[in-house]
Design a protein. Structure first.
Lengths: 460, 802, 195
């Protein structure tokens, strides 16, 4: 198998690139030096020409995003690196930074250069304690070597990069919520327009990019737009570091050209389904993307192909479930995640995820009711695209896709009062109209990490 | 309100409408009579698009749009719930979501019957909920303050309340805590919702989550009769809706008036409505000779005529009568009693002569809207949040629009987060405003000069401030207005209830128009002002003094003098709602009607006349003040010439209209400084918003929420020199008296100055002052309780020190 | 100030200086972590002091503090054991790890802190280590491919004062120490030594 697609992961076997000296020896910071000799327009053009699209889920063309930043606003510009990586199933950013932290610094610095930014922030999720330390150490090395600070590399361009840590909120991966959090407010998304490129951090023009997106930039500067376009598909050039986890033999992060079929990733790289079992369901891009089934194994993993198949590429985080897994439980746990992470600002997400989690919990535990299924379907319709941001849309994915592909499992739960796959549940008398009459028998849903909904707040 | 430059044409539910560019669809719909349901949207708050209730369909767009965040564009075709099934279904679904966790509290919820959630659920929502799970419950209610309660289960998380506190009042006591379904409005434990604007959050809450404590469980909307009126508490002139149940006022709400108070009221306006029914209200005339027993008007007025016949008469009044009352009083004084010894002002000369004349001659020359749209604003000698709260909110609004604001005041005000403060010793305003004395102020003056007519200078009642500010305004071309504090100080001034001004700000020798209406004016000598009248009373140079709607024992900054005056002047006639502290002194009492019982006008600080309407019948046989004056004139052998309000209006309107030729150049001299630097402290005072004033009688919840104990506030350098610590006690000694008070040491007051609030429970500060709202004081650490009788203060005196 | 004095105050100022002039509100989160590193949780004093440092109301700080799960408003054990039960970890036994953690620490389900104050257990959302599931964190340090048996071992180790080496990176001595790192500060020279 050719290794030519190993761009971002080329040095993953070589821990010597983690400290600065090793990174430099492997060719690091060449691209930054080159970019200092280019104009901002040239830089933006080469990234535009490369066709690089955001790797954080939305797939927005990166060069175009940079070009939206006005040069004449009179306000400082900012680059904010989104290292909040919290989409269930997604770990590629983490490993990319663990294994080559300087590559992120270099990519961020080039992005800063492209929009004449002199202060950039890296927003790293709180749970990545060690990865933040790795990054801080690399930043310190970069400052010491003159790759950051006043007059970098002996020129007249100043750049500071500040590490800012999150504190456990998935919503802060949403661009405007991230900015809100970084400004010291609650991490709730903000209205657009104005768009961050015009009015973002501190009411100033801001570019927010994903870690993986930025780590592609030095390679594009070094090797050119055409080289980048020669990998992957026409509409989605380059590689993608896919995470594959769950019921597979060799879970891990694998860099492959965009458009690689799922079957290749699953069987050739991840060793197939764990224990040789039958594949039941998989997400192409994390929990926010609709489940696909064994029928979709030949779908190419790129933005367009996955959308055609009825799902979304998202973060390229593939979670695999097999025949021994209950889809109702999976849906319930994922919807609980969204309910827990909902910021609370808007009605459909806040109330809809609360409701859906409870109904799913009731169905899963064998206390479902016939009406629950049409209600769930209807609920999904009225949450999808009706909320303030896409978190709610993510919550709808597990609901709608499991209803679509696994309706029989739901019906069995309701009919039998127990899970047809795991056997768990109280069971019920055949022909009974209602679930257990005793409401106290219905277990309340407790969200991961949260107790009851009454927050006690800080004691006086 | 805004100045539309460009109109945009769009179609809503098939109806064509043209709106100013930038108009939100939800507002545009209202213009064609379409009400789109909403919770988080409010015309005065920035759109947030949080509740998702206001969805509309826009032709050519795949997704639905929230009409509260979408601006109208040319040619847009919008379909609301009336013509779009998709939009309708989305709204139904959204209401179902909102009602999932909403408790069935309607039977016990104050909002029931006037609840936007009820109304919108009925009009736009599902008939039944499909939710069969347990609802979210919280302990309830939690008390945010003595005025505001919170029932979290009812909250629909529209965040109107927290956004009001963030955007409008700046008092960010309440916030959203937690996230997701646990998100809730909360206050930090141990704190109170201590904002004078907290009641607005109750009014704009679209459900019964925030409720007013004084109104909890009191009435249902269908029990109430509502009348539109104007708030009687300060010169802001906020428009109100008064709710009455069985003849008793149970609630006061803000009434929208985009020219005056937007949609807001301060908490005093909301809660201090019990004074007209105070237990000591008197509704019949009384006469001392009969042991203060009820008498008839005829009897009392006959005596008044006897007392005043050929006598030296003086008249003191306050700031709470109507324009019509003041006009009648001004005419009564001049034409019947032939005196110019009349005054409405609290103290004597405050260095505002030119400012007064300008205000009297040019009502409405500066309005709220002018303040809001100004580019540069200088506020001198005014603590707007405490004195004219809704003006404070308008100033904050100006700041949000980008106005640069400076405040020149002896102590910092609550505009400090949006305005640059220059703290100056009382009386020092003129020197600083002359330029070259303070860099910040010079910057302000330069900005004002540059803004020209886009600059505004506002002056308050701190001694020495107003004319100094007017001089600066005249020199820079800025627009100016004098902001007096009490509800109708402006009306009194306009009517000429003033020793040297006739109606309309005319000098005493500018009589042509006045004599045309009043007949010949015999007395053209300037009369005595308030302090002059009191001194003359004390010296027995006045025979009869009228005390009309005023309690000088509390209101005038020289309690000692007032006492002597009342002791020595032979005849005291009180005309008010009650006798109060004047009971030992009054020789006669004439019962006046309260503002609820009168028709007429009051004037805002702008000089804007606003209509008051009678909400209920007169208490007892009380009469409107102007009616009493008319009867009194007749009893005294004169005739004011009007029997009806309309007749009075006709005459009044001619004389109190704005005039071009009013003389209002400030004199060249500077206001006398009370205190030389280094020689004792300049103790100054003014009433705080919530105090022991008569109109706050019975407003217990308001006082519990926002009242303060008396204190003395001073600068760290002065405190250190005197050995006073923050939180300790200090003795304040002036020529007039002494008081032992808790000390607050803060850098937010000018060095060399000290502040005591005018009228807090336990300290009538007018016992410390000698005729002006500023005096010299020596402040020392309080003597310890254990010190022997007569011992001098232990510890550092001024000048000594730790 | 009780928390932010002496060296802590210097550190707070340094944190605030990371952000542009006039934007010190951005320092709220690291300041909350710093306070948490001193007190073990976010206390009322911390909220008040941070509000004063930044120049806002206490409620504004509390609003932020209560939004995030890693800022803990109630007393937390010396060691925080966080167990992921999101999908990939659940598929590979994450729920069993959670049960084992509760059992080994003696904290009942729904409880927050062990009686002796040594432990807290927290059910977590995706920790971003899905390819090495099921995972836990001890004081925000990663342990990968964990079994219930390993959970019991780890708790046992912690009880005897030994913080086990995580899968990657150095061991983190306590939840307080983790908070300090999250504030962006170097660990203290000696745990518990005065500044």
């Amino acid at each position: 198998m050719s290794e030519s697609h190993r761009v971002l992961t080329a040095h993953w076997h070589d821990p010597s690139v983690i400290p600065l000296a090793g990174y430099e020896a492997a060719g690091g910071y060449r691209a930054l030096r080159a970019s200092l000799g280019m104009s901002a327009d040239e830089l933006i053009q080469v990234v535009k020409d490369s066709g690089l699209r955001g790797r954080g889920g939305a797939g927005f063309p990166t060069g175009m995003k940079w070009s939206f930043v006005p040069r004449d606003s009179g306000k400082p510009t900012f680059v904010t690196v989104n290292f909040d990586e919290s989409e269930p199933g997604t770990c590629n950013n983490r490993e990319l930074v663990e294994r080559e932290p300087h590559a992120l610094i270099e990519g961020s610095a080039i992005a800063a250069r492209a929009i004449d930014c002199h202060l950039a922030f890296i927003y790293v999720r709180g749970e990545y304690l060690w990865q933040g330390q790795v990054l801080q150490r690399a930043l310190d090395e970069a400052y010491a070597a003159g790759y950051l600070g006043r007059g970098i590399m002996g020129g007249d361009y100043d750049l500071d990069i500040v590490l800012h840590r999150g504190a456990g909120a998935y919503i802060c991966g949403e661009e405007t919520a991230l900015l809100s959090s970084l400004e010291g407010f609650r991490g709730q998304p903000r209205l657009r327009p104005p768009f961050p490129a015009v009015e973002g951090l501190y009411e100033s023009p801001t570019v927010i990019n994903n870690v993986e997106t930025l780590m592609n930039v030095p390679h594009i500067v070094n090797n050119g737009a055409d080289w980048f376009k020669s990998i992957g598909t026409e509409k989605a050039p380059g590689t993608k570091v896919f995470t594959i986890s769950g019921k597979v033999e060799r879970p891990g992060n694998y860099e492959l050209p965009m458009g690689t079929p799922m079957r290749t990733l699953l069987e050739d790289h991840a060793g197939g389904v764990l224990g040789g079992r039958a594949l039941k369901a998989w997400t192409p891009g994390g929990s926010s993307t609709p489940f696909l089934t064994a029928d979709h194994l030949d779908v190419g993993l790129d933005f367009e192909s996955v959308m055609e198949a009825g799902s979304l590429l998202g973060t390229g985080a593939i979670m695999v479930l097999d025949e021994t897994d209950c889809m109702v439980e999976a849906a319930r746990r994922l919807v609980e995640f969204y309910a827990h992470e909902s910021c609370g600002k808007c009605t459909p997400c806040r109330e809809g995820t609360w409701w859906a989690a409870r109904v799913l919990g009731r169905i899963e535990s064998g206390h479902g009711h016939e009406d629950d299924l049409p209600v769930m379907a209807d609920m999904g319709e009225h949450i999808l695209f009706r909320a303030f941001c896409a978190l709610a849309d993510g919550a709808v994915s597990p609901i709608q896709s499991t209803l679509k592909h696994f309706m029989d499992e739901y019906e069995a739960h309701i009919r039998e009062g127990r899970c047809p796959v795991t056997g768990r549940g109280p069971g019920r008398e055949r022909g009974a109209d209602h679930p257990a009459e005793d409401d106290r028998a219905v277990p309340d849903v407790t969200f991961a990490g949260a107790g009851p909904f009454e927050i006690q707040g800080v004691p006086s | 309100m805004s100045r539309p430059e460009q109109l945009v044409n769009l179609t809503i539910d098939g109806k064509q409408v043209a709106v100013p560019a930038g108009t939100l669809l939800i507002r545009a719909a209202e213009q064609v009579g379409v009400e789109i349901p909403r919770f988080c949207d409010h015309p005065f708050l920035e759109p947030v698009g949080a509740c998702r209730q206001c969805y509309v369909e826009i032709e050519g767009q795949r997704k639905l749009f929230t009409s509260c965040t979408t601006t109208a564009t040319e040619g847009m075709v919008v379909k609301t719930q009336n013509t779009s099934d998709v939009a309708h279904e989305a709204q139904v679904a959204n209401l179902e979501f909102l009602l999932l966790n909403h408790p069935l509290d309607c039977p016990i919820c104050d909002r029931g019957g006037e609840c936007p959630l009820q109304d919108q659920a009925l009009a736009f929502g599902p008939g039944e909920s499909r939710y069969r799970e347990a609802k979210r419950v919280y302990p309830k209610p939690i008390t945010l303050s003595p005025l505001v309660n919170l029932d979290r289960e009812r909250c629909v998380l529209c965040a109107r309340c927290t956004r009001f506190c963030d955007e409008i009042s700046g008092d960010r006591f309440i916030e959203m805590f937690a996230r997701g379904a646990a998100q809730q409005v909360r206050i930090s434990a141990g704190e109170d919702f201590r904002s004078p604007f907290s009641g607005n959050t109750v009014q704009i809450c679209p459900v019964g989550a925030l409720t007013s404590t004084p109104y909890r469980f009191v009435a249902r909307p269908f029990d109430l009769s509502t009348v539109d009126t104007v708030c009687p508490h300060c010169s802001a002139g906020c428009n109100m809706k008064l709710d009455m149940r069985a003849g008793e006022v149970v609630r006061q709400l803000a009434r929208d008036n985009y020219d005056v108070n937007d949609a807001w009221l301060c908490d005093k306006g909301r809660s201090a409505f019990r004074f007209p029914d105070a237990p000591d209200r008197i509704a019949t005339p009384l006469i001392r000779e009969r042991g203060l027993e009820p008498a008839s008007f005829g009897e009392v007025l006959t005596r008044v005529a006897e007392w005043t016949d050929g006598a030296r008469v003086a008249i003191l009044t306050g700031g709470r009568l109507m324009d019509e009352d003041y006009y009648a009083l001004s005419k009564l004084a001049r034409t019947v009693f032939r005196t110019n010894d009349l005054d409405h002002r609290r103290a004597g000369d405050t260095g505002a002569a030119a400012a007064e004349r300008h205000a009297a001659a040019k009502p409405m020359s500066l309005t709220y809207d002018d303040v809001e749209t100004a580019a540069a604003i200088v506020v001198v000698g005014l603590d707007a949040e405490q004195e004219v709260p809704i003006l404070h909110l308008r100033l904050r609004k100006a700041a949000r629009r980008g106005a640069r604001i400076w405040v020149l005041h002896p102590r910092r005000t609550r505009l400090h987060d949006v305005a640059t403060h220059v703290l100056c010793a009382p009386g020092d305003e003129a020197r600083l405003l002359a330029g070259g004395a303070d860099d910040t102020l010079d910057e302000a003056l330069a900005a004002v000069r540059e803004a020209g007519a886009g600059a505004v200078v506002l002056a308050g009642e701190r001694p020495g401030a107003a004319d100094a500010a007017k001089r600066a305004a005249d020199a820079t071309g800025a627009r100016f207005q004098y902001v007096t504090r009490r509800a109708n100080d402006r009306g009194a001034l306009l009517a000429g209830v003033h020793p040297s001004l006739l109606p309309g700000g005319r000098e005493l020798d500018d009589v042509d128009d006045v004599e045309a209406a009043w007949g010949p004016l015999m007395n053209r000598e300037p009369g005595r002002d308030t302090m002059g009248i009191l001194r003359a009373c004390a010296d027995r140079e006045v025979d009869v003094v009228f005390l009309i709607g005023v309690d000088p024992l509390r209101d005038v900054p020289d309690a000692g003098l007032v006492r002597r005056a009342l002791d020595n002047v032979p005849v005291k006639i009180v005309q008010s709602l009650e006798l109060g502290s004047l009971e030992p002194f009054a020789d006669a009492f004439l019962p006046a009607s309260a503002f609820l019982e009168k028709d007429g006008h009051v004037s805002t600080w702008e000089g804007r006349g606003q209509r008051l309407r009678a909400i209920r019948g007169r208490d007892g046989i009380s009469l409107a003040d102007w009616e009493i004056f008319a009867s009194m004139a007749l009893a005294c052998g004169g005739d004011l010439g009007f029997e009806t309000l309309d007749q009075l209006h006709d005459e009044m309107g001619r004389l109190m209209a704005a005039r071009e030729d009013g003389r209002s150049e400030p004199g060249a001299g500077t206001f006398p400084a009370e205190v030389e630097p280094g020689d004792a402290l300049a103790l100054f005072t003014y009433p705080l918003l919530v105090d022991e004033g008569r109109l706050s009688e019975g407003a217990d919840e308001l006082k519990a929420a926002l009242g303060q104990e008396p204190f003395v506030e001073l600068h760290p350098s002065d405190a250190a020199a005197a050995g006073i610590v923050d939180g300790g006690r200090a003795t304040v000694r002036t020529d007039a008296g002494a008081a032992d008070l808790p000390a607050r040491v803060t850098e937010h007051i000018a060095a060399g100055a000290a502040f005591v609030p005018f009228n807090q429970p336990g300290l009538a500060a007018n016992t410390l002052f000698s005729g002006r709202m500023v005096t010299r004081a020596r402040i020392t650490p309080a003597e310890s309780d254990a010190a022997p009788e007569g011992a001098e203060a232990v510890g550092a005196a001024t000048g000594g020190g730790a | 100030m009780a928390i932010f004095e002496g060296q802590r105050l210097d550190e707070a100022r340094a944190i605030m200086a990371r952000y542009p002039d006039g934007r010190q509100r951005s320092a709220v989160m690291p300041l909350l972590y710093l306070a948490q590193s001193v007190e073990g949780s976010v206390t009322r004093d911390a909220l008040r002091e941070i509000a004063e440092l930044i120049g806002v109301r206490t409620a504004e700080i509390e609003a932020v503090a209560t939004f995030y799960t890693m800022l803990r408003p109630r007393p937390t054990g010396t060691h925080l054991i966080a167990v992921c039960t999101n999908l990939s970890c659940a598929l590979l036994g994450g729920n069993d790890l959670l049960e084992a953690a509760h059992e080994a620490t003696g904290i009942p389900a729904g409880g927050e802190i062990s009686d002796d104050g040594e432990f807290s257990v927290h059910e977590e959302e995706c920790l971003g280590v899905c390819e090495l599931a099921p995972v836990i964190q001890v004081n925000v340090a990663n342990h990968d491919r964990v079994t219930p048996e390993r959970v019991r071992e780890i708790v046992g180790s912690l009880r005897s004062g030994d913080v086990p080496e995580p899968a990657r990176g150095p061991a983190v001595e306590s939840f307080k120490a983790a908070s300090r790192i999250l504030a962006g500060l170097e660990p203290l020279a000696e745990e518990g030594a005065p500044a």
